[in-house]
Design a protein around this ligand. Structure first.
Ligand SMILES: Nc1ncnc2c1ncn2[C@@H]1O[C@H](COP(=O)(O)OP(=O)(O)OP(=O)(O)O)[C@@H](O)[C@H]1O
Ligand SMILES: [Zn+2]
Length: 978
């Protein structure tokens, strides 16, 4: 039977006659196959047998389109476990089938394959219990079925390994099976990959005897008429082991099954090995993207149940299979052991010296490993900034005090997943030394090769059936399940887990990885050893980045590194990603470059802005804020940058060397004690405003307001509840003098109605009411006088009547905020009025106003003494009273409307326009969408000029206009709604 010949060939090859074997290899997987040969034989086989032939093969391969499976690019879930949607299964099967077809076609076109290709079909078998006895063992043996089953592949392999090594059969059983069986401990496990070469034959013979169920299809080489193997899944025969072969007779169905499921048409464990071999593949000029993704990208990528052993987890952990790329020290031998196709790369190295520029450049040019992958921690010692966790877990391993349930929680990018893997590897590490995982023992190596089925990583599992999960647990080994992103696990999965937890067999550990414990069921959490992974300190991140930068020869300033670190918010992964991005620029990385890249404002600009705000230069503060905002900076980011700069100044770490002459507040150096105190208060103001900024839709307004509050108190008198010293949560100001409040609500410092409303909401004690008010209501108007009146507007009559039920609560809140008794009125919003926003009806009829929808009205009882003389103020008050026109209307009233209004009062249009222009020039332009309270103090001369120009008949208009000018708001002279 042809399969016999094929098997004997494999035997022969694995005994050293690789060259011949390789010549017949045509699929890239053979490279891996080859590598496995080399690896398997403990690197003792003479390599580079017939390089020219192999080179030729590689060139052929290079040209072969079969190297790339376009279907791979779609988000192919790496490995799918037992439970999965039938649809997905079908889709995957089809994809695989297609891919196999392609492979077959390509191979045929290369005339290296025949119509009956050999497929070693290991990835498809499912091991189920049967009555068959193996090796005279009394243990249950398992029959292999032709079912798509991921774990079985490894199971088969491991089974083979075990049997080969004349140890106990691997146990293929469900967890339930295991639960019923006490696992005996045995230390006599020998690992195939540490066996001397001489053992290979007996190993195989024994394995054959076990009738393991790998499937292979023989193929006759058309050209040479000699047998060759096309190991679609040849990498599933990791160490040249011989499997009983079956003829698939080219049935498509079988072929489709022959390709295990990584959804990309490649063998299931292709991706891991393909990643190992990426360097030389890439040298072959191909990009072999197999739908891999960084661990970040993995999140939420699939809602399919994802279960995998370490091999299948590769989409998440490509780095795990690339240790030689990471740590050349560990893999020196491997590199030099390359032969055949691999030899091309080895050739470079040999010719040019291991780290010759040429070799380096080529490798660097071809690799696509992200820094996070390359520098993923591999031992506890590599873990940065998690000393407590590291200590506890490594002691647990050393003292063999291993728990059943662990949860690793904390912010993203702090090393939780990496640590889970390290811990899992350490638990299974055979090293006699203290530092586990060693990275050298069979367990560690098999994990690195993606073949350690004792460590299984589950994605965010939606459904997971432990009882039906087929697992094989080797003796003395821990079966470790890592549930990454377990926050997303379904209730079913949790139930399944909690069931298993109660009766888990020995040497099983579950590591749950999540960002927050809150979302996990208490029943689980309370049974877990909980390890918190805090955000990393900037210093730790800087250290790591520095190390990476020097290894990668990235030219970056220390200050720039610091900035990257501070920008990454305690996540080393974020920092590494930023560094990688910056490194692509190809120039020396400086602070401004980083700032530009990450969307930050330079420190100079920040200090300038701060300087303007702190010296109460309102106009320029607002102007320069707007200029900065034009660069699309996020208000929140800007605010946090400002806070950072203030902190730096307070800490004395800010260098004021530049541009001091144009500054006011910061001109005097060193800063006085008072200045420092102002800065401290400014920082406090910013941090308080940040809360509001977060919840507000109009962040710019809040940021503006916050900045305007940074100036010294005398210029920004605010009611205590708004002052820099008072948080909004302060106790009610019951004893507050209302007249003082009124005074403080001057034009210059008046908080916006929105601010008042938010403050009131904050004061409401009942949570649900708070939420209700936030959603449903807003202030229509506030008149602050001897008897403050507040009009509240609600979205619907229902909302209004609901609010009325809580009248007392709301009233109390207002009184607390405004510091005086308040009259409360509630009203319903008229839908039609929403349309009128922006074209505010300005009529003398107060009634009309009341009905006209959104409006924010604040009564001005007086004018700031500093900006307007007392006499003027009195006069103004008198006029206002006379005209019953006590409010400035704030809201969507545009300058155009003022002009319109002026027209209505007999101004010529040109005159009105010129006034408007004047105003626009001198005033700050409000964006149409901004209804913000942006204050502006016109100089006295400006006001005089304008008033002299405006020969207005009615005095009130002048005053109102003056107010408009001085407040930077557009005004109405209308009487307030009653
Ligand atoms: N403490 C750390 N020590 C060393 N490297 C780290 C650490 N934290 C993060 N990294 C780097 O970030 C990458 C991702 O880390 P990892 O996936 O372990 O973080 P995580 O906390 O699990 O994040 P997430 O919650 O987003 O999955 C690692 O490959 C490594 O390069
Ligand atoms: Zn080890």
């Amino acid at each position: 039977m042809s399969t016999r010949v094929a098997s004997s060939r494999i035997l022969k090859d694995s005994n050293g006659d690789i060259g011949e074997h390789l010549r017949n290899h045509i699929h890239l997987t053979n490279c891996i196959h080859l590598k496995n040969h080399m690896h398997n034989n403990n690197k003792q086989i003479p390599v580079l047998t017939d390089r020219s032939l192999l080179m030729r093969d590689l060139i052929v391969l290079q040209r072969s389109r079969s190297l790339r499976d376009p279907s791979a690019s779609s988000n192919s879930p790496s490995l799918i476990g037992d439970s999965k949607g039938e649809d997905h299964m079908e889709e995957r099967r089809t994809r695989r089938r297609r891919s196999v077809d392609r492979n077959v076609v390509k191979k045929s076109s290369l005339r290296l394959s025949s119509s009956s290709p050999i497929f070693v079909n290991f990835g498809t078998s499912k091991v189920t219990p049967s009555d068959e006895k193996l090796d005279g063992s009394s243990r249950k043996s398992y029959r292999v079925e032709d079912v798509n089953e991921v774990y079985s592949v490894d199971s088969v392999k491991s089974g083979s390994k075990n049997s080969v090594n004349n140890v106990n059969e691997a146990n293929f059983k469900t967890l339930s099976d295991q639960l019923n069986e006490v696992l005996g401990d045995s230390d006599d496990l020998v690992y195939s990959n540490v066996l001397p070469r001489g053992n290979a034959r007996s190993k195989r013979r024994k394995f054959r005897g076990t009738k393991r169920a790998g499937r292979a299809v023989s193929v006759r080489d058309n050209a040479g008429n000699s047998k060759s193997e096309m190991c679609i899944a040849s990498n599933a025969v990791p160490r040249g082991e011989k499997y009983e072969e079956e003829v698939a007779e080219g049935r498509e169905e079988d072929m489709s099954r022959a390709v295990p499921k990584n959804g990309c048409g490649m063998p299931f464990n292709w991706s891991s090995i393909h990643n190992r071999g990426k360097t030389f593949f890439d040298i072959a000029g191909r990009s072999l993207s197999c739908g891999m993704s960084d661990s970040k990208g993995k999140k939420g990528e699939t809602d399919m149940p994802m279960s995998s052993d370490s091999s299948s987890s590769f989409t998440k952990t490509e780095h795990e299979a690339t240790p030689f790329l990471v740590d050349s020290g560990n893999n020196e031998g491997w590199v030099h052991d390359y032969s055949g196709e691999l030899g091309i790369f080895a050739d470079d190295l040999l010719k040019n010296g291991k780290d010759s520029d040429y070799g380096k450049k080529r490798r660097n040019a071809q690799r696509h490993f992200s820094l996070t992958q390359k520098y993923a921690p591999r031992t506890f010692r590599d873990l940065v900034g998690q000393n407590l966790v590291m200590q506890a877990l490594s002691n647990a391993v050393a003292k063999q005090r291993v728990g059943l349930l662990y949860v690793f929680h904390g912010p993203n990018g702090t090393g939780k997943t990496s640590c889970a893997r390290i811990f899992a590897r350490a638990l299974n590490c055979h090293s006699m030394e203290q530092s586990k995982p060693c990275g050298r023992c069979s367990s560690c190596v098999s994990y690195d090769n993606g073949k350690n089925h004792n460590i299984r990583e589950m994605g965010p599992v939606k459904k997971f059936d432990f009882d039906n999960m087929r697992i094989s647990q080797q003796k003395r080994q821990h079966l470790v399940f890592i549930f990454d992103d377990c926050d997303a696990m379904s209730t079913d999965s949790w139930n399944a887990l909690s069931k298993v937890v109660d009766r888990a067999p020995r040497r099983v550990a579950f590591i749950l990885v999540c960002s927050s414990l809150d979302v996990l069921p208490h029943i689980i959490v309370s049974r877990c050893q909980k390890f918190f992974f805090p955000k990393l300190k900037d210093a730790d991140i800087i250290g790591s980045l520095q190390r990476i930068a020097s290894k990668e020869e990235i030219d970056i300033d220390k200050e720039a590194l610091k900035l990257v670190a501070s920008k990454s918010d305690g996540s080393l992964r974020d920092a590494e990603m930023t560094l990688e991005q910056l490194s692509l620029l190809g120039t020396r990385i400086s602070v401004p470059l980083v700032q530009e890249m990450v969307g930050l404002i330079s420190d100079e600009k920040l200090v300038d802005l701060l300087d303007l705000a702190l010296s109460a230069d309102t106009v320029n503060t607002v102007k320069s804020l707007r200029i900065i905002m034009e660069t699309s900076v996020e208000p929140l980011a800007l605010m946090s940058q400002l806070a950072t700069v203030i902190t730096d100044i307070l800490a004395g770490s800010y260098d004021f060397a530049k541009d001091q002459c144009r500054r006011k507040f910061f001109r005097r150096q060193p800063l006085t004690k008072e200045d420092m105190e102002k800065l401290r208060k400014a920082l406090k103001t910013l941090s308080e405003s940040e809360k509001q900024l977060r919840v507000s839709n109009d962040k710019l307004t809040w940021l503006t307001a916050a900045l305007l509050q940074l100036a010294p108190e005398q210029q920004y008198l605010l009611p205590p509840s708004y002052s820099a010293d008072a948080s909004l949560n302060r106790t009610p100001l019951t004893d507050h003098d209302p007249s003082k409040v009124r005074q403080e609500f001057s034009c210059v410092n008046r908080p916006s109605v929105e601010e008042i409303w938010l403050a009131v909401i904050e004061k409401v004690r009942v949570n649900s009411l708070r939420e209700f008010l936030y959603k449903e209501g807003k202030i229509f108007s506030i008149s602050i006088g001897s008897a403050p009146t507040v009009q509240l507007m609600f979205n619907s009559p229902l909302a209004k009547s609901t609010a009325e039920n809580f009248n007392d609560h709301i009233l109390r809140a207002f009184e607390a905020v405004l510091g005086s008794p308040v009259t409360l009125e509630m009203r319903t919003e008229l839908k039609k009025d929403w349309k009128n926003v922006g074209s505010w009806p300005l009529q003398d009829n107060g009634e009309r106003f009341r009905d006209s929808g959104r409006s924010e009205i604040i009564e001005v009882g007086d004018e700031s003494e500093s900006t307007m003389s007392r006499a003027r103020r009195k006069h103004l008050e008198a006029s206002l009273n006379q005209n019953q026109s006590q409010s400035i209307v704030r809201g969507k009233v545009s300058l155009a409307q003022v002009i319109k209004q002026a027209e209505g009062n007999g101004w010529s249009k040109s005159k009105a326009v010129s006034i408007a222009n004047k105003l626009e020039q001198e005033n700050l332009r409000l964006e149409p969408r901004s209804r913000s309270l942006i204050c502006w103090k016109a100089s006295r001369s400006t006001r005089r000029k304008i008033s002299s120009r405006l020969k207005i008949r009615r005095r009130v208009r002048l005053h109102s206009l003056l107010k408009l000018i001085s407040c930077g708001n557009y005004l109405s002279t209308k009487s307030p709604p009653r």
